[in-house]
Design a protein around this ligand. Sequence first.
Ligand code: ARG
Length: 471
Amino acid sequence: MSKLWGGRFTKQTDKLVEEYTASITFDKELAEEDIQGSLAHVTMLGKQGILPDEDVETIKDGLHRVLQRLKRNDIEFSVSDEDIHMNIEKTLIDDIGRVGGKLHTGRSRNDQVATDMHLYLRKRVVEFVDLLHKLQVALTDQAKANLDTIVPGYTHLQRAQPILFAHHLMAYVSMFGRDIERLQDSYKRINTLPLGAGALAGTTFPIDRHFVASQLNFERLYENSLDAVSDRDFILEFLADASIIMMHLSRLSEELVMWSSTEFRFVELDDAFCTGSSIMPQKKNPDVPELVRGKTGRVYGNLMGLLTVLKSLPLAYNKDMQEDKEGMFDTVRTMQGALQLFAPMVATMKVNKERMRQAVNQDFSNATDIADFLVGKGLPFRQAHEVIGKTVLYCIEQNKYLLDLTLEEFKQFSDLFDDRIFAILQPEAVVDARNVYGGTARGQVSEAIGRAEQQQGLTASWVSEYAEKSK
Ligand code: ARG
């Protein structure tokens, strides 16, 4: 059979042009959404009296058969039919005959492809909220198991102040919480129906866009037909959200890689998540976090790619916009892979509490606390800072830590010191002294975990509600 649009042409399309312009090799991923959109469209055509009921029934039966064949992998897509929309239409016409040609009444591929993308992406957004939620749960569970684990906290990658390891993990729970909020917020923009915009200007047929929207569970309609077929903001927004999620995962990845090193030995990733070396028998490499860190690059690249495709593009549809798909699919796959692995990897990771404790005992991360002690005794903070700086320097020269000094040694630097400082310098005391909302004191971290778990419960309900709505 010739091209669906062949009427105006007197020559065959060049083979290389066919291959170059076709999108079927990748947009076949939208097959189910395409049929879903067509079913709603043709039902509306019947309701509006644009097509007789019997034609509508024949087309719907035919579409259901195409769907069944699709699921059985029983359709051979062809590059000469260019894209998923025309491949499906052609398959339908091959099956039910000429009446299949009525499906495209009052519709263009421009509003059709946009609708498919909206249907596709809103499902993915719900799945990603679910995956992020699972990662949050794994991190929170590790935090609960480490409410008494003290670890050096860092700034500039230099030991700064001791913190609970639970507090460090809960920082990521907050970060992924913002990612969840961003995705949830994007849902309402994704959930806007373009269908009915036609090629760009609307259609001469008396269609009912609101009916199609309600059939497909879209909450809103595009207000402007040009915007409906030109808009790819919803994909950009997803790619931007994905870039931030991957950035967060890459930071956690980097920490896991560092913490797994012999230099740190803070955690050990489960064997199931590591790989070996083909030459060095002793190696156990943290490949998963390394690769997630690396794959962050392609996700940023996909965002930059689409931003650049859309830059300066005149309204309305342009073929350039077919370039919106591969980066989006690639981002979906890349991020699915990363998140699916991260939750079980975090859940099974062994935390080396003793090693963390040893690190805390062998540093000066309690220095701020004795400076604060001197301030409590009336010394201005600047002077206290100077006194402790000198004390630390003395320790370094003597190869000692603050807790190794005697009161006499302390008193060389200020006679305001008294023996209460030995209790103040204990890591537990140092941690518990940061008893502010959002701080690392044990009581504060337990409360933060409680609030996070409440939020996680709300996220779980959102996922079940929207998994249904986005079907
Ligand atoms: N395959 C096309 C795309 O993905 C579908 C829309 C084509 N529209 C057109 N007027 N050529 O963008």
